[in-house]
Design a protein around this ligand. Structure first.
Ligand SMILES: Nc1nc2c(c(=O)[nH]1)N[C@H]1C(S)=C(S)[C@@H](COP(=O)(O)OP(=O)(O)OC[C@H]3O[C@@H](n4cnc5c(=O)[nH]c(N)nc54)[C@H](O)[C@@H]3O)O[C@H]1N2
Ligand SMILES: Nc1nc2c(c(=O)[nH]1)N[C@H]1C(S)=C(S)[C@@H](COP(=O)(O)OP(=O)(O)OC[C@H]3O[C@@H](n4cnc5c(=O)[nH]c(N)nc54)[C@H](O)[C@@H]3O)O[C@H]1N2
Ligand code: SF4
Ligand SMILES: [Mo]
Length: 727
């Protein structure tokens, strides 16, 4: 099949003197695009291009991938380990041995003084799977703290929790190819064109070949909403009301797939009794979508034959995030839309390796989707690692969003952060600042030394980034992709894998610890063995196969020629009786909602050019120039009422704090809502509340209430805003 500009003039690309193209995989978002990095005769990375034969991206890259080679030598990279006694002292550069000794000694000191769990570790979704596996082994098999989690609590925790509740296991069941088969697509709280541009391009390709209805549920008129056939501008935080009402219509009008329900689910009666209460007339008053539209969309979805749902942070980052995921799964179960081509409940994941940590990071359990409270799982891993299963805690410890409050109360005294920047990304950052200041010891392991959280650390460990190392990333469709080493690590920075191994050596003196292979390929071989025969089967994969096939989707059993596109194709789920669960979901209103004092919804998210807290994209001219300053989308009528004009600064206040932000007037947001990208330090997360989902502990970043006022002295406001962080 041919893709791209067949009959148009080809774009001319300047000759960069590339002598070799090296295969690797993009390290930003979870789409999983295959990239080739062009290296010149001096060995410098000078260009990036998409790999034509890769099934995911078919030669395409988005604006971030195109410039990814620039990040190796970008500003602010760490080149030497640094230490200091207190965060008020200046950092001193040091050698690796002494930085690692200090780190290991402080972990041991805190554990022996205050108990094993008084030292916490928080990782990420942005290192390689082999690194996650190794960190998990280090924590579960050597250090032994149970307060170990990842920033995935800010991101995918609700999806994980919802999948487990419905299907008995985590793991997105579908794939991008489902776009080519489906007859109806419904997207919840996902801005695909900006946040997953190449998945969006795959959807566009499918729509060009064969038209099918696209329904987008988002309170904001995003780029995705603009191209949708139907846009449902939902009242924030009320998706489960809409989904319950759709189920009400589907059951009332006999549009459900009764055979599928009877053969593959349980819990139907309780579920039906609950949705009976959510008639569209009542639901419309809560979720803001009129009753006729609810009925229309329910009929369209249930009658399509093949329908699929995708979702991202508009669902997960909510006080009913886990319930929202279960509600989407319920919809697909009652309509029989799971495990068949064009039929799926597909969580679009976020960070490049959010999946890798879920599979192998052991943050919520043991490697390979195993559980701490299952004896057979404990024994299997302990025997494989050659240690005593009693060393493992019986239940998972605190989530990331509970670890920080536990520092406030003195329960946790030391913290190791790996590839995450809570000083910009957590809700209510004024509180996070005070929390970090209370730590006796903070170690920050990051590719960039200028990451804001490093201002509070005692030790900084400079990590190699992306293709300065080798290892795997799992994308949204369970595809294991290979990042191959393109360039040597910057300065004296080291791969996270090496750092974990060195720390492990320093714990071998304390107790019998598992073996730690010297190479990532060695760790990958261990993962293959540990996954054999399980749903998450890697045993048929190898590094050469991953490169040759441009990624392989798990499960891939030993001897198989390739991976598997869909889970649950046989209708067998990972529950005790093999059936999926239909779960009743009563809606409980618990958000901070707008009132007279704080009349606006404060919504937040992303823009296409920047990745998260801008440690990477803020340094790249070609990205930063398109989105250089923090700004707020505000409806022009609302702005006019307050006497605020486009391009002026305004003050935004919530019950947590205030921020001065540049106003961009746009019809994308309704008169009672504003939207701020979260990429900028000292901006939206000074204001967010982040109430936690009871199941997943994920913060409701997208819902809180704010007040807005004009600012009299515009030039002072401009100076203050630019000072927020300028590169
Ligand atoms: N360019 C770029 N791409 C990225 C990232 C990045 O930082 N930059 N980050 C990656 C990561 S880690 C993630 S998690 C993904 C996130 O990808 P997305 O979730 O697609 O992005 P967001 O902008 O956070 O939020 C999506 C939408 O949720 C909507 N929303 C808010 N409240 C509600 C609600 O109550 N209901 C519904 N239905 N929708 C609501 C918002 O209006 C917003 O348009 O992007 C990944 N891709
Ligand atoms: N208001 C609001 N806040 C949000 C969100 C929102 O929508 N609204 N979204 C939330 C979501 S979904 C997410 S995922 C989080 C993200 O929040 P964070 O994870 O805190 O943000 P990042 O900037 O991605 O931080 C990752 C860090 O890892 C470093 N890094 C990159 N590669 C490597 C590597 O190979 N090794 C090491 N050691 N370091 C590396 C980067 O330099 C960076 O400092 O933000 C959350 N915060
Ligand atoms: S869509 Fe995502 S994976 Fe693909 S090039 Fe862009 S940032 Fe990278
Ligand atoms: Mo995320």
């Amino acid at each position: 099949m041919l893709f791209g500009r067949q009959h148009k003039n080809p774009i001319k690309i300047a000759d960069k003197g590339v002598v070799e193209w090296k295969y690797t995989t993009c390290g930003y978002c979870s789409t999983g695009c295959s990239i080739e990095v062009g290296v010149n005769r001096l060995g410098d990375a000078v260009a990036s291009r998409g790999v034509a034969g890769a099934d995911v991206n078919r030669g395409k890259l988005c604006i971030k991938g195109i410039f990814e080679h620039e990040l190796f030598e970008s500003a602010g990279r760490g080149d030497q380990p640094q230490v200091r006694r207190s965060r008020l002292d200046k950092f001193q550069s040091t050698d690796w041995d002494s930085a690692l000794d200090t780190t290991a000694n402080e972990i041991k000191r805190i554990q022996s003084t205050y108990g094993r769990d008084a030292f916490a570790i928080i990782s990420t979704g942005q290192i390689m799977t082999e690194e996650f596996y190794t960190l998990g082994k280090l924590v579960r098999g050597a250090i032994g703290t149970n307060n170990y989690c990842g920033n995935t609590t800010l991101c995918m925790a609700s999806a994980v929790s919802g999948y487990k509740r419905s299907f008995g296991s985590d793991g997105p069941p579908g794939c991008y190819e489902d776009f080519e088969h489906t007859d109806c697509l419904m997207a919840f709280g996902s801005n695909l064109p900006e946040q997953h541009p190449i998945i969006f391009w795959r959807l566009k390709m499918a729509l060009e070949a064969r038209k099918f209805p696209v329904i987008v549920v988002d309170p904001r008129v995003t780029m995705f909403a603009q191209m949708a056939d139907i846009h449902l501008p939902i009242t924030p935080g009320t998706d489960i009301v809409l989904l319950n009402a759709m189920a009400h219509v589907i059951l009332k009008e006999n549009l459900a797939d009764a055979d599928y329900i009877a053969a593959h689910t349980n819990g139907y009666d309780d579920f039906a009794a609950l949705v009976e209460q959510y008639d569209p007339v009542t639901a419309a008053k809560v979720c803001g979508i009129d009753e006729d539209t609810i009925r229309h969309v329910a009929r369209l979805y249930a009658s399509a034959g093949k329908a699929m749902s995708i979702w991202t942070m508009g669902i997960n980052q909510s006080t009913h995030g886990s319930d929202g995921v279960v509600a989407i799964n319920n919809l697909n179960l009652i309509t029989g839309n799971i495990g068949k081509p064009g039929c799926t409940s597909l969580s679009i994941t976020g960070q490049a390796n959010a999946m890798g940590t879920r599979e192998w990071g052991s943050t919520t359990g043991l490697p390979g989707y195993r559980y701490l409270d299952k004896d057979e799982d404990r024994k299997a891993v302990a025997d494989f690692w050659g240690i005593d299963a009693e060393f493992f805690p019986r239940h998972r410890g605190l989530a990331m969003t509970d670890i920080l409050p536990a520092i406030e109360t003195g329960q946790i005294k030391g913290l190791w952060l790996v590839a995450t920047n809570p000083m910009t990304s957590m809700p209510n950052t004024p509180r996070i600042r005070k929390t970090l200041e209370k730590l006796e010891f903070l170690v920050v392991q990051d590719a960039y030394r200028d990451v804001e959280t490093n201002e509070y650390s005692h030790v900084y460990l400079p990590a190699a980034v992306w293709a300065e190392k080798t290892g795997c990333l799992t994308n949204t469709e369970r595809r294991v992709n290979l990042v191959t080493n393109v360039q040597a690590p910057h300065g004296e920075s080291k791969p996270d894998f090496w750092i974990f191994n060195q720390i492990a050596k320093r714990f071998a003196t304390e107790r019998k610890i598992p073996p730690f292979p010297e190479t990532t390929e060695g760790a990958f071989e261990e993962m293959k063995k540990l996954s054999k025969g399980r749903m998450l089967d890697y045993s048929g994969m190898s590094y050469p196969m991953l490169e040759k096939q441009k990624g392989v989707q798990w499960p891939c059993t030993e001897g198989a020629s390739t991976g598997t596109q869909r889970l649950y194709a046989d209708g067998q789920f990972e529950t005790a009786d093999g059936r999926a669960k239909l779960i009743p979901l009563p809606y409980i209103e618990n958000n901070e909602v707008p009132d007279d004092a704080y009349p606006f919804w404060l919504n937040s998210g992303r823009v296409v050019e920047h990745f998260h807290t801008r440690t990477r994209t803020g340094k790249m001219g070609n990205l930063n120039k398109f989105s250089p300053t923090p700004y707020m989308e505000m409806n022009p009528d609302a702005a006019a009422r307050l006497g605020i004009r486009h391009g002026e600064y305004a003050r935004l206040t919530t019950r947590r704090g205030d921020a001065v932000v540049l106003v961009q007037t746009t019809q994308r947001v309704s008169p009672n809502m504003v939207f701020i990208p979260f990429h900028f330090h000292e901006c939206v997360n000074r204001l967010t509340l982040g109430l936690l989902d009871p199941h997943s502990r994920q913060p409701a970043y997208k819902q809180c209430a704010a007040r807005i006022e004009p600012v009299a002295d515009q030039s002072a406001a401009a100076a203050r805003s630019v000072a927020a962080r300028a590169y």
